[in-house]
Design a protein around this ligand. Structure first.
Ligand SMILES: [Zn+2]
Ligand SMILES: [Zn+2]
Length: 91
């Protein structure tokens, strides 16, 4: 899956267009976003947790990362600071 930073849409395959620059007499085939025809796209990953596509680094999307942080914070608040240290140390 790919994500276009220009029009903020996800798509499977870029489309190939014939690109030519008259000023430097240069032409080539180039891959662009099928929606806006710009080449501002990056690879998007599928989140292991919710199945949504995202472009942030790491195995989970930002939404899931925030949810997990909240779950961990909720879980940890029942423990003392020392217990938390020991737990986080062993991860
Ligand atoms: Zn686009
Ligand atoms: Zn997710």
């Amino acid at each position: 899956m790919l994500y276009c930073k220009n029009c903020k849409t996800y798509f499977d395959e870029p489309v190939m267009i014939f690109y030519s620059d008259k000023e430097i007499a240069f032409s080539t085939n180039k891959y662009v976003c099928p929606n806006c025809k710009e080449d501002e796209f990056v690879k998007a990953d599928k989140c292991d947790r919710c199945g949504e596509f995202y472009v942030q680094k790491g195995p989970l999307c930002l939404k899931c990362k925030q949810e997990l942080k909240k779950i961990i914070a909720d879980f940890l608040k029942d423990f003392t600071y020392l217990e938390q240290e020991v737990m986080l140390d062993s991860v």
